[in-house]
Each structure stands twice: as structure tokens, then as C-alpha cells.
Write a protein of this length. Sequence first.
Length: 157
Amino acid sequence: MSSEHEKFMRIALEEAHRWEKEGEALVGSVVVRDGQVVAVGCNTAKRDLDLTAHAEIAAMKNAGPAQGSLDLTGCVLYSTGEPCIMCVGAIVSAGITTVVLGGNYSRHHGEFGDYSVEKALSFVGRGAVKVVRGVLTEECEAMRWSFWAKEARKNRN
């Protein structure tokens, strides 16, 4: 595993924790071009009352103004979780070349069935987007499960 991948995933993990006290889903994302961070993003859906305010979308949205272009061809997107189908559409539209994942979606947990980023990319005919899995997975998954445990406790009371 690349130490560079780990370096950028750690930045995504830090970003994920930004809104933890606000009860946001703990997902962070980073857009990198030529080994340099272009932009970061985290989930702010609850704060913004915006269903599209996912970490991956936020990072790509922030990358446009940061580099003066909507074209993210050649960029790498790091995410602490597995991007949803909406985020995959934005990844393809932006021209992201590589997606690096920390957490892994499990078809045994959640509401999306037998979903994967790879399946979503093949569905839209963009199998050329490289997907790298397993970067700091334990840290990303521990953060995700901690969040869902807190949510379950809140909903129980």
C-alpha cells in the first residue's frame, strides 16, 4: 500500500471528524492532483438540510474554484467511505481518474443491496476509473461504526 495513499486518507479522516459534534455522517474526502491537495470535503447534509451535501460532492465542488476549472481529469479522489451512486455520477462527470477508498460498503449492512463503486462505474460505462481499496480500512471502518452506534443510541432514547 502506498504511503502517499495513507497520507491523503489521513487528511480525509481528519475532514470526516470536522462535523462529528453536529451529528453528521463521518465521511471525509480529498481531491489530489499531482501529489497536492486541491480540496477537501465532509458531509454537511444535516447542517445544510441538503441531501446532496456528501463529502465526495463537497470535495469536488471545492476543487473547481481552487483550480479554476470544473475538469478534474487526472485527479485522485480519496474517501473514507464508499461513494453512493449520486457521488459516482459526479465523479464520472468531473473526470476523476482514480478513487481511493478507506471504508468498504458491505451488502450485509445498509440499504443499498449488493452495491459497489465498481458496479456503479460499469453501469455508466466508465469502468476506466481506477478504484483502489483497503487504504486505512480499519480506521475508516472504526469511525463509521462508532458513528452508527451513537446514532442507534440517540434513536433508542
